[in-house]
Write a new protein. Structure first.
Ligand SMILES: NC(=O)c1ccc[n+]([C@@H]2O[C@H](COP(=O)([O-])OP(=O)(O)OC[C@H]3O[C@@H](n4cnc5c(N)ncnc54)[C@H](OP(=O)(O)O)[C@@H]3O)[C@@H](O)[C@H]2O)c1
Length: 348
């Protein structure tokens, strides 16, 4: 029997990708979708402005969009709600006993909420016990990180394990879809680069420290890494690109670093979770890769691509990272967290 699941904010850009990923999922069955007042009470297939190739999956199209409040049969709930509503709605679901896997930023840095990237810190799920005790609820909130923090942390993890990461300087080129739908107005972004994304740099500078941090008793001790981020919106549709320089605690040649990145496997690969590719990190040798159009769909959108690994005259190493922002950075990340939650026995 498949686990009944729901998607909150199912009509949005991230919600649609979740709905598509859940079609024919081997473990999960989509039984409920929610949206704003605009959509509630109508058929998902009629109300969704489908932004992906083809049509919405027929099983999802037949569902009636429900309000974002507890009351349906799902045991695991994926949240793709905007942050202006996600905080309270997710807490209400957890209080009603649902396990939430959220994309929204609201609870990410709460001390008792696991911020999880399954390849990096699967053990942080243990915070669920602390959360349940402190908040006196039987459900749980687990979050995935920001769509830049995810590819950055995934690339840093093997380097940190092997050589120790001390400092990171990252400059991003972020796709328009990162702003949700309709995103940035065409007249603002075509022929242009916008050197500011509201709230983004603090997230990129803080979330990786929690992801790469160590679980000590009832809290996570942040990783002792300093990160400086500059984030830019550019005119690609999907795929965030990161130019990264790192200072290491132990010296490493670019070849050694590339090998460590290439060889990296995490808990999802060990557990063979359905959404985990064989390789979470693809290392490309070409001097002009990764590129959003060519590399964002690597590993079904779940692998990050690292290229141009070379020596850095200021720090130790520099390289380029690409991750699909609405897949690896959002829908796929939430789904992988959901699969990990089931595999580790957190979904009753
Ligand atoms: N886009 C990305 O790259 C990305 C990456 C990582 C994380 N995230 C996060 O994921 C979440 C969703 O992002 P998105 O890009 O998919 O946004 P989006 O395209 O704007 O979609 C928002 C969704 O929330 C629903 N909604 C809006 N107001 C609501 C309300 N008051 N009550 C219930 N539902 C409501 C909308 O329903 P209707 O269509 O019915 O109005 C829609 O389904 C956000 O928290 C975002 O920060 C996004």
């Amino acid at each position: 029997m498949r686990v009944p699941v729901a998607v909150l904010g199912a009509t949005g850009l991230v919600g649609q990708r979740l709905v598509r990923r859940l079609a024919n999922h081997p473990w999960f069955e989509l039984v409920a979708v929610t949206g704003s007042e605009r959509s509630v009470g109508r058929l998902y297939g009629d109300v969704v402005r489908w932004r992906l190739p083809g049509d919405p999956p027929p099983e999802a199209a037949r569902l009636i969009v429900q309000p974002s409040e507890p009351g349906f049969e799902a045991r695991l709930v994926f949240s793709a709600l905007p942050s202006r509503v996600a905080g309270e709605v997710e807490a209400a679901f957890a209080a009603a006993g649902y396990v939430i896997s959220s994309n929204a930023r609201n609870h990410r840095m709460d001390e008792d909420v696991p911020l999880v990237l399954p390849e990096v810190n699967p053990d942080h799920l243990q915070l669920i016990e602390v959360q349940r005790r402190r908040r006196e609820w039987s459900g749980a909130i687990v979050t995935n990180a920001n769509c830049v923090a995810i590819p950055l942390s995934l690339a840093l993890k093997p380097l940190d394990d092997a050589f120790g990461v001390e400092k990171v300087f990252v400059v991003t080129m972020q796709a328009i879809s990162g702003a949700g739908y309709p995103g940035v107005a065409a007249l603002d972004i075509v022929d242009n680069v916008i050197p500011f994304i509201s709230g983004e740099e603090p997230k990129v500078e803080s979330e990786p420290l929690k992801l790469l941090g160590r679980l000590e008793g009832e809290r996570v001790r942040p990783a002792p890494i300093r990160i400086s981020a500059q984030t830019n919106r550019v005119a690609s549709r999907d795929g965030h690109m990161l130019c990264v320089s790192v200072a290491l605690r132990r010296r490493a040649t670019p070849e050694q670093a590339a090998e460590v990145l290439r060889a990296f496997r995490g808990r999802p690969q060990e557990l063979k979770l359905p959404s985990a590719g064989e390789r979470p990190i693809v290392v490309r040798p070409e001097e002009d890769r990764p590129q959003p159009v060519r590399d964002r769909d690597a590993g079904g959108g779940m692998a990050i691509t690292v290229g141009r690994v070379r020596a850095c005259p200021l720090f130790d190493l520099k390289f380029v990272v690409l991750g699909h922002n609405t897949e690896r950075g959002a829908a796929g990340a939430a789904l992988l967290n959901g699969e990990l939650l089931v595999a580790e026995g957190y979904v009753p």
